[in-house]
Design a protein around this ligand. Structure first.
Ligand SMILES: Nc1ncnc2c1ncn2[C@@H]1O[C@H](COP(=O)(O)OP(=O)(O)OP(=O)(O)O)[C@@H](O)[C@H]1O
Ligand SMILES: [Mg+2]
Length: 239
């Protein structure tokens, strides 16, 4: 069976600085996979290259068996990849409802869009209650939920999440991750980028460890969580 997302030999560079080196990564249909790594390891650069927001320096990205390596971000989005960016990227001066509809802007199937909006409101009732409110007035956790809801409005097959736990209080982190698990249970594949390795490995079935732009480990989440090097570097435990 071929992977839903297959990244091969991906390299990203900023000027002369190589941020990602020859990275291989796969996500199967409906699978939850995490990419963990410290500050500056190259996590965001990897996601941006996959989603077409920055050009890759080398390597290839295939989605559903077809190359998306040279496509533009909007063409990639249309194929069913939705990115929830670092810092959420909600439009602060637009309403919650307008933000959600931005997620569906490339879609023409109005009936299905309306059904998906009902579904997002059922999944995220706080957003339904705050439809008319300006997004910038929401709490950080609510903005993260709005960003998830907006991504769902594109009806993605793969959700790319860049540090959804960042800056949130523990209870909010739990609420956001409950939603992410719920979305995954509906069959949407997830590639989760996290500095919070503990949370990421608890949530996903499989993971990759990125250090200074290169993968150092890959495997089932349980195996990574038990790995002494991972425990020492990312789970805050002595060797
Ligand atoms: N636009 C840019 N121009 C130049 N260098 C950049 C740019 N964006 C990122 N970098 C560098 O590339 C490397 C990888 O950065 P990246 O943001 O991908 O890491 P990250 O793992 O997402 O980090 P964080 O956990 O802080 O979000 C870092 O050394 C960073 O300084
Ligand atoms: Mg980042």
């Amino acid at each position: 069976m071929s992977a839903l997302l297959a990244v091969k030999n991906l390299s990203v560079a900023y000027g002369g600085i190589r941020a990602v080196r020859e990275l291989d990564l796969e996500v199967a249909q409906g699978e939850m996979v995490c990419l963990i790594g410290a500050n500056g390891a190259g996590k965001t650069s990897t996601l941006k290259a996959i989603s077409g927001l920055i050009a890759s320096h080398g390597g290839s990205v295939h989605f559903d068996g077809k190359s998306i390596t040279r496509l533009q971000a909007h063409e990639i989005a249309r194929k069913g990849l939705a990115l929830v960016p670092e810092g959420r990227g909600v439009f602060p001066r637009m309403s919650v409802a307008e933000n959600l509809m931005m997620g569906a802007y490339v879609r023409t199937d109005r009936m299905a869009v309306s059904r998906d909006l009902d579904h997002v409101h059922a999944l995220l009732p706080r957003l339904a209650e705050r439809q008319g409110q300006m997004a910038g007035l929401l709490s950080g956790g609510e903005q993260q939920m709005l960003a998830l809801g907006r991504a769902m409005m594109a009806r993605p097959r793969l959700l790319l999440l860049d540090e959804p736990s960042m800056g949130l209080a523990p209870l909010m982190v739990k609420a956001v991750f409950d939603i992410i698990r719920h979305i995954a249970a509906e069959g949407v594949a997830v590639l989760l980028i996290e500095q919070n390795a503990h949370l990421a490995l608890k949530t996903c079935v499989r993971g990759y460890v990125l250090e200074h732009g290169a993968l150092t480990l890959a495997g089932p989440a349980g195996t990574l969580a038990a790995d002494p090097a991972v425990r020492q570097a990312y789970l805050g435990e002595g060797a």
